[in-house]
Ligand binder design. Structure first.
Ligand code: P6P
Length: 340
């Protein structure tokens, strides 16, 4: 065989990558590796439906309202169901929590309960579905800490630094699966013709340059004054551009690859946002772990998002995330002017 035929030795599928990563842990049973692989499968199934959104009769609202008080798009429900059903029977998960479900998602009695906790936003940014803007799935994985087999709320309310893995799927011009398990951040791009996620972005690090800032500028009149002023000042930065698409995964991913900062502060006008709009457990904490592993940082304006002790599944938080130095600068600004 011609030794130069093709470059198969460079084709790193997510399965090969996860098996290689597992080799660092001789005591590993494979349960965790298989859970990550199950999430990659869920990503493929959701991709198929997202890509069809404009074609089938799936588009449009169901008319039902989710726990966030937001109109639920059918794709939300479908993605939620895929994440639950693909992980409920495998015996790897003890309990789940979802942005779409007010309460915990228990594993049905007939299925074995595993050692992991899966928390997810099945389709974040879903208000963009009908206008064909990128949306994403965000996931957070903890180890079960409670003694009861079926898992409990305490297993879900762990601080972000205890996550054993976190990641997201971005349904953009291509589908990307990005995750960390504490050994760097790795990005895989779905090759639809073979149905495989191929390693396309090994060991992602946030560039030190600040190329973008991402925020909903319409809210600035309702921010704490020092942050409104910060947004005036940032426009003076050399080479800075504003990029905001209203889909956290897409905005975060751009800043992760290109260098930037995303801001969603608390809002003194909208009563649902007095603690920020974004959710700690399945938006801020998983992305904060990725940001940290990529050399960045995530803050709620007072401290590290990863240090926050959650009090409720759908708890909201202000979120400043991306370039390490810039987020630290924002945090210092907030702390300097915080009421004593
Ligand atoms: P706004 C989408 O609903 C979301 O949770 C994030 O994906 C996104 O960054 C943010 O809210 C957009 O919020 O208030 O700017 O529309």
């Amino acid at each position: 065989m011609n030794q130069n035929s093709g470059s198969s030795h460079k084709v790193m599928t997510i399965e090969r990558h996860l098996i290689e990563q597992q080799r660092h842990y001789p005591e590993a049973t494979g349960e965790f590796t298989n859970l990550l692989y199950d999430l990659a499968l869920a990503a493929k199934v959701i991709t198929r439906e997202v890509r069809r959104a404009g074609l089938g009769n799936i588009i449009g609202a169901t008319g039902s309202i989710n726990v966030q008080g937001e109109e639920v798009k059918k794709l939300d429900e479908l993605a939620n169901g895929v994440m639950f059903h693909l992980n409920a029977f495998t015996g790897r998960v003890a309990v789940m929590a979802s942005e779409e479900e007010e309460d915990l998602l228990q594993i049905p009695d007939e299925f074995h309960k595993g050692n992991y906790v899966l928390i997810f936003d099945p389709l974040d940014g879903s208000s963009n579905i009908d206008v064909n803007v990128s949306v994403g799935t965000i996931f957070s994985i903890h180890r079960k800490i409670s003694k009861i087999q079926k898992g409990s709320i305490h297993d879900c309310l762990q601080p972000g630094y205890k996550q054993v893995a976190a990641g997201y799927v971005l349904y953009g011009s291509s589908t990307m699966f990005v995750y960390t398990a504490g050994n760097g951040v790795h990005g895989f791009t779905l090759e639809p013709s073979i149905g495989e996620f191929l390693l396309s972005h090994p060991d992602i690090k946030i560039p030190s340059r600040l190329k973008y800032y991402s925020t909903n500028e319409a809210n600035t009149p309702y921010w704490d004054p020092q942050l409104s002023q910060y947004l005036v000042d940032i426009k003076q930065y050399q080479g800075i551009s504003s990029r905001y698409i209203g889909s956290l995964v897409a905005d975060f991913h751009r800043n992760l690859l290109e260098g930037g900062v995303y801001l969603y502060p608390r809002d003194n006008k909208d009563p649902t946002k007095t603690e920020g709009k974004l959710r700690l457990l399945y938006e801020a904490a998983p992305l904060a772990l990725i940001a940290r592993e990529a050399g960045g940082y995530a803050s709620d304006g007072e401290g590290d998002i990863l240090e926050l002790i959650p009090q409720a599944i759908h708890q909201r938080t202000p979120l400043f995330i991306g370039n390490y130095d810039e987020v630290k600068k924002i945090e210092s600004l907030c702390k300097a002017t915080a009421p004593k």
